[in-house]
Design a protein around this ligand. Structure first.
Ligand SMILES: Nc1ncnc2c1ncn2[C@@H]1O[C@H](COP(=O)(O)OP(=O)(O)OP(=O)(O)O)[C@@H](O)[C@H]1O
Ligand SMILES: [Mg+2]
Length: 297
C-alpha cells in the first residue's frame, strides 16, 4: 500500500484536518485518512506507512461493535460502494476511506475519561475538579478514576483550543435533553469499549466522541476509539504516579524530546527507525484490539 500524505481527488473538498481529508460525495461524505502524523499539534512531512488504513479499519471495527448502543454514520469501507467517480482511485482509497452519512454535527466534543491524564490531570491538580466534577483527593497522574466521567469541551475553529465546560454549560448551549443524551451515550460507548480493550491488554485512558443529527436521530460521527482520538496505554506497563507511554506516538514524542525540538513549526525530519517503529505500534494496536492480523501488509 502506498504511503499518502497528500491526496487531491477531483471531488468537492468538505474539510481538511490534520490527518483526514473529507470529500462530498452526492449527499454523503467520503472520509479519507491519510498517513499524516501530528505530534504536539504539528503535522510532520513524512507519512507513517499504514497509519491511515489502521485508523479507518479500527474506527469501522468499533462502529460495527457499538451499533447496539447507538447508530453511527458508517455506510461502507468498500471502494466498490463509493460510486463511479471514485473507482479510478481505488488504489489510493482502499483501506483508508469510509463512506458516511452526512449529519449536522452537534457543537461539542464528548470526552470521556477513565484515567487521569493530560488536561484532566492539569485541571485536577489546580482545582480538584474536571469540568465541574469533584474527584477524590490523593489521585496521582494516570490513576484510574472511581468511575468514568463525561468531560465535554466546546468545539472551536482551527487554531483555537477547545475549552472544558460543565454539563450544565453544555445544556445551556445545546439543550438539557440533548446534553443528557450525549452524556449517557458517551459513557456507555466508553465503558463498553474500555472493558473490551482491557481484556486485550490495552487501557483506553480517555477518548473523544462526536455526534450529529440525521433528521431527529442522534448518531455517532467522525472517527471513534482510535489512537488519534483516544489515549491508548499498554496495560502491562501501567503505573500511576507518572505519564504513561502511549501506544502509538511514544517513539515520536521520545525522539522529539531527545533532540530538544521546541515543538513549534517547522517540524524536524523523522529518522526511518522512528517511522518504522510508529507503523509497528499502530498495527499492533489494531491487531491487539481486533484479534485479527492487519489486513493490508
Ligand atoms: N458524518 C458527518 N457529517 C458531517 N460532518 C462530519 C461527519 N463526521 C465528521 N464530521 C465533521 O468533519 C470534520 C472532520 O474534520 P477532521 O477531524 O478531519 O479535522 P479537524 O477536526 O478540523 O481537525 P483535527 O485534525 O484536529 O481533528 C469535523 O468537523 C467533524 O465534526
Ligand atoms: Mg477532528
Amino acid at each position: 500500500m502506498e504511503t499518502i500524505t497528500e491526496l487531491s481527488l477531483p471531488m468537492k473538498l468538505f474539510s481538511r484536518g490534520k490527518v483526514r481529508d473529507t470529500y462530498e460525495l452526492d449527499s454523503r461524505l467520503l472520509m479519507v485518512a491519510t498517513d499524516r502524523l501530528s505530534a504536539f499539534d504539528v503535522v510532520f512531512k513524512e507519512g507513517i506507512p499504514l497509519k491511515g488504513a489502521v485508523l479507518t479499519q479500527l474506527s469501522a471495527f468499533w462502529f460495527t461493535k457499538t451499533r447496539k448502543i447507538i447508530r453511527n454514520h458508517l455506510i461502507s469501507t468498500n471502494v466498490s460502494d463509493f460510486g463511479s467517480a471514485a473507482q479510478k482511485f481505488s488504489d489510493e482509497l482502499s483501506y483508508r476511506s469510509m463512506l458516511v452519512s452526512r449529519a449536522k454535527p452537534v457543537k461539542a466534543e464528548c470526552v470521556v475519561r477513565g484515567y487521569l491524564s493530560g488536561s484532566g490531570w492539569k485541571s485536577y491538580q489546580k482545582t480538584g475538579e474536571i469540568c465541574g466534577i469533584r474527584l477524590p483527593k490523593g489521585l496521582k497522574e494516570s490513576s484510574e478514576l472511581p468511575e468514568p466521567i463525561f468531560t465535554p469541551t466546546t468545539k472551536e475553529d482551527v487554531g483555537k483550543h477547545d475549552m472544558n465546560i460543565t454539563v450544565q454549560q453544555l445544556a445551556e448551549k445545546i439543550g438539557t435533553d440533548l446534553a443528557k443524551e450525549l452524556e449517557e451515550k458517551s459513557l456507555q460507548l466508553y465503558s463498553s469499549a474500555a472493558k473490551y480493550a482491557r481484556k486485550r491488554g490495552i487501557i483506553i485512558a480517555d477518548t473523544k466522541f462526536e455526534f450529529g443529527m440525521v433528521g431527529d436521530d442522534l448518531i455517532l460521527i467522525d472517527e471513534a476509539l482510535t489512537p488519534d482520538s483516544s489515549r491508548f496505554w499498554p496495560a502491562d506497563g501501567w503505573e500511576p504516579g507518572k505519564p504513561q507511554k502511549s501506544f502509538d506516538k511514544q517513539y515520536v514524542r521520545d525522539y522529539l524530546e531527545s533532540i530538544g525540538w521546541n515543538k513549534s513549526p517547522p517540524p524536524p525530519p523523522l529518522p526511518k527507525s522512528i517511522i518504522e517503529g510508529t507503523t509497528k505500534k499502530y498495527v499492533e494496536a489494531y491487531e491487539r484490539i481486533t484479534g485479527e492480523r492487519f489486513p493490508a501488509k
